[in-house]
Write a protein that binds this ligand. Sequence first.
Ligand SMILES: C[S@@+](CC[C@H](N)C(=O)[O-])C[C@H]1O[C@@H](n2cnc3c(N)ncnc32)[C@H](O)[C@@H]1O
Length: 247
Amino acid sequence: MPHAKNEYDDIAEAYRDSKQLSFRKYLEEYSLFEMLREVQGKRVLDLACGEGFYTRKIKQAGAAGVTGVDISSEMIRLANAKEKDWPLGCQYINRDVAELETVESVDVVVAMYLLNYAKTKEELFRYCQVSYNVLRSGGRFVGVNDNVRNPPKGTVSFAKYGFEKECASSPKEGDVILYKFVNQDGKLFEFKNFYLTPETYQWAFQKAGFADFEWVDLVLAPVQQGNSFWDEFLSNPPLTSFMASKC
Ligand SMILES: C[S@@+](CC[C@H](N)C(=O)[O-])C[C@H]1O[C@@H](n2cnc3c(N)ncnc32)[C@H](O)[C@@H]1O
């Protein structure tokens, strides 16, 4: 059954189009694939897959199977429409990750901006627990997230990269982090994330069973290294990667 209306239902196309911004390619995508390393032949679960941007890229990189899960029925509609136009063999499930029952075990779980939707430590734990349960032993959990190690104090402008980030001056657990985007075509849209402390992230991963959770700084694609355009982003990173594995 489709899920109740979600904030992304109204911004699904604008969010999809924001994937054209250059930081997506040179920082977000590059960092994800650096962490993924080899995906050839792997079974992958893409949690909070949105309209399937990375689901498709991972499948194209040679994964044996990729399933995307998202709470937004509009995001899943776009993902399925793309799969129909351009069949890659990706599967999509319209579900809240917290309610995901056991699916077949996978080699890799990807979460591109899922964890920063947890408003409480219990929700964060549940996302980590679902990820742990679905991984085979030796499997890996990787993703990109709001950089809770470096919350903005007030408004921080990353305007030249296409967005701004707003937050309380000393964020507390569950506080809203507001992202305001301007796409290349001038379209404005916004969405909310939620702040939880780095210590809460450590706690949630550990309680779920991951012994080796770590934050990993985003890496700039070699083709852009030395380009001073990226200095502000890299000296005050709004986003971060993470990885963990199941023993
Ligand atoms: C910032 S978008 C990222 C989409 C995609 N991972 C990407 O990088 O293009 C965040 C996505 O998380 C989804 N989401 C938020 N909470 C979720 C939950 N509890 N279960 C499943 N999806 C969720 C939203 O619907 C939205 O599509």
